[in-house]
Design a protein around this ligand. Structure first.
Ligand SMILES: Cc1ncc(COP(=O)(O)O)c(C=O)c1O
Length: 161
């Protein structure tokens, strides 16, 4: 666990900076489908520093199509897959994300900025149980001040960059 007096976007930046190099590939949800700027938007440093692929929601179900996420991951070999959103009203399937990340040798970052309160209240499942690689969480969104962030890091095997 790493606690810093910062917030969610720098939390994600810290994860990228620690695990990958500029030019490496990340895969996150499209901003316009519920993702966050720091998940690789072209107007954010994450989109400028890294090679970004995005998954979207299925136009019919308006939910993530995990087979599609897997297809994009297999085709592009991201080093980090990001799950967790600013505007997506469904519960991410952490286990499926983990399975996809493992199948392409990617780290799985669970950005639970918006749903940590509901996870703490046991309303939705915690990604920690799924053994995600890393979790980013600013305290300000679910708990309000103080403005802090924390990372939970588990079973992470750092590769040489
Ligand atoms: C999913 C997600 N990640 C990161 C952030 C960034 O958090 P902050 O504004 O605390 O930097 C937000 C903020 O809304 C968010 O929804």
């Amino acid at each position: 666990m790493n606690v810093q007096p910062l917030s969610g976007a720098p939390a994600n930046n810290a994860v990228y900076h620690a695990l990958i190099n500029p030019g490496d590939t990340i895969l996150g949800m499209n901003l316009f489908h519920g993702g966050h700027l720091s998940h690789g938007s072209s107007v954010n440093r994450s989109g400028k520093l890294y090679k970004v692929f995005h998954y979207s929601v299925d136009p019919k179900t308006e939910q993530i199509n995990y087979d599609e996420v897997e297809r994009i991951a297999r085709e592009n070999n991201p080093r980090i897959i990001i799950a967790g959103y600013s505007s997506y009203p469904w519960v991410p399937d952490w286990a499926r994300f983990k399975q996809i990340a493992d199948s392409v040798g990617a780290y799985l970052l669970a950005d639970i900025s918006h749903i940590a309160g509901m996870i703490a209240a046991d309303v939705i499942p915690s990604p920690v149980a799924t053994r995600i690689s890393l979790l980013s969480q600013p305290t300000r969104l679910p708990h309000w001040p103080p403005r802090r962030l924390y990372h939970v890091i588990q079973r992470i095997h750092l590769k040489e960059n």
